[in-house]
Design a protein around this ligand. Structure first.
Ligand code: SF4
Ligand code: SF4
Length: 394
């Protein structure tokens, strides 16, 4: 495969993160010496910097290296030119997200504040207007106490029962989940094409797709790459976020009819305990990254792209409105529950629709796939080396 040097690429890349500090790199090798990912013939992260300095756009699209970086920041701390290679890896992850996204929306959302904020505001307004017109609040409070003494809230909405209301929300949830999953999966397939299929030199042994598959599941569930950081709290934060968010997703999308029922169950019921764990996990992560980004003492949290703050703000608003909905509902405050529920969905839905396939959330999916694809590539290289060794003997 031949590559053309593209000088415009550098200014394109600037829109995804740090300015051209990385151009200051004079290849002293300090970062490669300290980076735990460096192996024989694999000069991390210096190899990637060289490819960028040469503007080799097509070659970069086949790289999984930036996804393997777990953002420990050690390379940036040792760089004598302040080229900030750790932040460069983050910039590349944003850039590659836009490369995999065939719709072109990821690039617009990452590089234009109008697109980023505009798309979120439009989806939020559609949710609010849709509720107020098609699912208006029932006139008069409608909370009552059941025989066991716990507060029940009948349907909040005019003209339909509580069961019908849950079914409408469930249909909306599934529609959103299917669209978002289809976008994300198609982008991952595009990543697979660029990283594995388009490289004619890579012939992955068929069985390796299956023998390495467990790595994908393991890394997706644990985000284990972060655990290699000296700062273990950073990994704990990501693990709590991932498990908390997955539990919330399972409760409000897959098991909504079991979760969103009229009766208020006791605090020790499995639904409430799972919900409390998920809320704790998300809050822990939010507090950890917010403090880190404000203090700017940790190298990996010194530089914040607007998408980093937007992600934190939207997740915080979703969590706070979710907690308030729960408190108001427990206390039988029907009107407040209804309006807070709309506010909750007006933040949650744009966050999922925009962030999961096109922005920050997609990184949690691309990372484990990158680990999987890099193992496939390694297996392909090993096979070639083995065949070369055999050749003279044959
Ligand atoms: S330490 Fe800095 S100057 Fe040296 S190779 Fe790495 S990025 Fe370049
Ligand atoms: S931030 Fe990434 S590239 Fe830098 S030392 Fe850590 S793992 Fe290596």
């Amino acid at each position: 495969m031949s590559y053309r040097v593209n000088s415009e690429f550098k200014s394109d890349l600037k829109k995804f993160g740090i300015a051209e500090q990385w151009n200051e790199c004079f290849h002293c090798g300090n970062c490669t010496a300290v980076c735990p990912l460096t192996e024989n013939g694999f000069l991390f992260p210096r190899q990637g910097i060289r490819v960028m300095q040469m503007g080799l756009k097509e070659k970069l699209a086949t790289y999984v290296d930036p996804w393997l970086c777990y953002y420990c920041g050690e390379c940036s701390e040792t760089c004598p030119r302040e080229a900030n290679p750790a932040e460069l890896m983050m910039t590349l992850r944003r850039y590659l997200t836009s490369v995999y996204d065939w719709t072109g929306l990821s690039k617009k959302i990452y590089t234009s504040k109008w697109w980023e904020f505009g798309s979120i505001i439009i989806i939020a307004l559609l949710i609010i207007v849709g509720f107020l017109i098609y699912l208006p609040l029932k006139s008069g409070a409608d909370a009552m106490v059941n025989q066991s003494g716990s507060v029940m809230i009948n349907s909040l909405v005019e003209g339909i029962s509580a069961g019908q209301f849950v079914r409408i929300i469930e249909i909306g949830d599934w529609t959103m989940a299917i669209i978002v999953a289809a976008l994300l999966i198609s982008n991952i397939l595009n990543m697979f094409y660029k990283v594995i299929l388009s490289d004619n030199a890579v012939k992955v042994p068929f069985g390796t797709y299956f023998t390495e598959f467990w790595r994908l599941i393991y890394n997706f569930a644990t985000q284990a790459k972060f655990s290699k950081c000296d700062d273990r709290n950073y990994w704990v934060g990501h693990l709590l976020l991932m498990t908390g968010y997955s539990i919330m997703f399972a409760l409000v999308v897959i098991a909504l009819p079991l979760f969103q029922i009229e009766e208020i169950v006791p605090w020790y019921n499995w639904q409430r305990l799972l919900g409390y764990y998920a809320t704790f996990g998300i809050l822990f992560f939010l507090i950890q990254v917010t403090i880190g980004r404000i203090k700017k003492q940790d190298t990996k949290l010194k530089f914040s792209h607007p998408s980093d703050w937007l992600f934190i703000i939207m997740l915080a608003l979703t969590t706070i409105t979710g907690i308030l909905v729960h408190i108001f509902r427990l206390n039988g405050m029907v009107e407040a529950t209804y309006y807070l529920y709309i506010a909750h969905l007006a933040v949650l839905v744009p966050m999922i629709v925009i962030e999961v396939p096109f922005s920050k959330w997609s990184h949690l999916a691309y990372r484990p796939f990158a680990v999987y694809f890099s193992r496939l590539k390694k297996a392909a290289v090993k096979k070639i080396e083995y065949q070369r060794e055999l050749a003279p003997a044959i």
